[in-house]
Design a protein around this ligand. Structure first.
Ligand SMILES: [Zn+2]
Length: 454
């Protein structure tokens, strides 16, 4: 039994109304938190703890929960950020992944993406992509917590864009995806000291037939795991759904019986008022990729979505994984679009990035806040920097969200294990890994030369 006692200037439990505890402390034993409170009230634990840490000048809070990721996206980092319209994803990134990335190319770049996540304070990810045994290995070896799902598609996903109303359905791809999903659940669910759990991930309602979508819902039910899917995610998707099924994405999915509290829909960028109402009614969760969609030049109608009371968590998607940027965009873009500062506060977006994410993943009893009995997924932000001061304690949340940087995260614990110490990975040589990941990515880029020449 190893007990750790950490004191800090501020503890943000993200639980109940007690927002920040000044001169606070947190105590955990192995993977579980046993006490959170004022340091003076928890001093007795100091005597019996094997690890005592004095984080004077730091704020300690629950690790961030990123509800939509693809670690394999490291191979296309920064490649398509400035390409207009559909071009980035459908002309470059998706064809690259569909036709040139092999299973063995994913681990090292993926591990580097996981390092980015941990170093910037994310302790749980909701991950889906192809070749997912590799992402499961990444999660295991990085030391992060992850919900992992094989993304199942029934077509070459790079052909889904450009307002294409036709599909070349390919059942073989679906069957391979189902096999991978079953393998993943049977071999990885509950593994890595319980850090890894699984879901089932239909790629998107426009990339699977209705028959497959129902099969995947049944597969999730059979194993007692939820669904994770791109949902109303690309321009032209609603038009595709209307053309082929006579209804928009959310209505289509609801009529098939997919939506509910076990469903995490990524993006939900193109939803109308009637769809927002169904999102709320069904209790599904939205993984709001606030930074990614802004880069694409579109944005979900967040003012309406918040007002309706839809469950909204935050996600990064696949090109960068800094949740501080995601939080800032989630707070600011709706203000710009609606001329209303009061839509979401710094405190609101911090909640969305922690307990809100935990709730979306059905893990609110385990993670997302610092409370006795929960997992010790903890981050510490070094506030001994000019950009944070001076400030009043009651403004701590706004201060973190609007003035903090991801690199201010200096200490990270996942499942009680110290993973990032003084801003560096404890067990991974980041610089060496950058070199190794780059070599793998370079080999993919070399093979994909015809794609770049187009
Ligand atoms: Zn995605």
């Amino acid at each position: 039994m190893t007990k750790t006692y950490i004191s800090a200037d501020w503890i943000l439990p993200m639980a109940g109304d007690d927002f920040a505890i000044a001169d606070g402390a947190i105590v955990f034993e192995n993977d579980k938190i046993i006490a959170v409170g004022k340091a003076k009230d928890l001093a007795r634990h100091k005597e019996t703890a094997q690890n005592v840490r004095d984080l004077t000048g730091f704020a300690v809070m629950p690790g961030l929960v990123n509800t939509h990721t693809h670690v394999a996206g490291a191979i296309t980092k920064a490649m398509t950020e400035d390409v207009s319209g559909y071009g980035g994803a459908f002309k470059v990134a998706l064809p690259l992944h569909e036709h040139y990335v092999r299973q063995e190319d994913i681990y090292l770049p993926g591990l580097l993406h996981a390092v980015e996540m941990l170093r910037t304070g994310t302790t749980t990810i909701n991950e889906c992509w192809w070749h997912q045994p590799e992402s499961a290995k990444v999660i295991r070896d990085a030391g992060i917590r992850g919900v992992v799902a094989a993304e199942i598609r029934e077509m070459d996903s790079s052909e889904a864009g450009f307002g294409n109303m036709e599909r070349n359905w390919n059942r073989r791809m679906a069957d391979e995806g189902i096999d991978e999903a079953i393998d993943l659940i049977e071999n990885w669910h509950g593994k890595a000291d319980g850090r890894i759990t699984c879901r089932v991930a239909p790629d998107g309602p426009d990339r699977c037939t209705p028959k497959l979508l129902v099969e995947l819902k049944e597969l999730g039910d059979k194993y007692g795991v939820g669904l994770h899917a791109h949902t109303a995610s690309i321009p032209g998707e609603a038009e595709f759904m209307l053309h082929n099924y006579g209804k928009r994405t959310i209505h289509f999915l609801n009529d098939l019986g997919l939506l509910g509290p076990g469903y995490v829909g990524a993006h939900c960028a193109f939803v109308d008022d009637s769809e927002i109402e169904v999102m709320r009614e069904t209790g599904m969760h939205m993984a709001h990729t606030a930074y990614l969609v802004a880069k694409r030049g579109y944005y979900p109608p967040m003012e309406k979505i918040y007002k309706a009371g839809v469950s909204v968590a935050l996600g990064s998607d696949w090109l960068s994984n800094d949740m501080w940027k995601v939080m800032r965009f989630a707070a600011l873009i709706p203000r710009i679009l609606s001329n209303n500062v009061g839509i979401r506060s710094g405190k609101d977006v911090l909640r969305m990035a922690t307990i809100g994410g935990a709730r979306a993943l059905g893990m609110e009893d385990e993670i997302g806040s610092l409370e006795a009995g929960k997992k010790a997924d903890i981050i510490a932000i070094d506030m001994r920097a000019a950009w944070f001061h001076p400030f009043r304690d009651e403004d701590l949340a706004a201060n973190l969200v609007f003035n903090g940087n991801s690199t201010d995260v200096r200490e990270v614990y996942v499942n009680g294990k110290h993973v990032v110490a003084d801003g560096r990975m404890k067990d991974i040589d980041e610089r060496k890994l950058i070199g190794e990941a780059r070599a793998v990515a370079q080999s993919v880029w070399d093979r994909a030369a015809p794609l770049f020449a187009r």
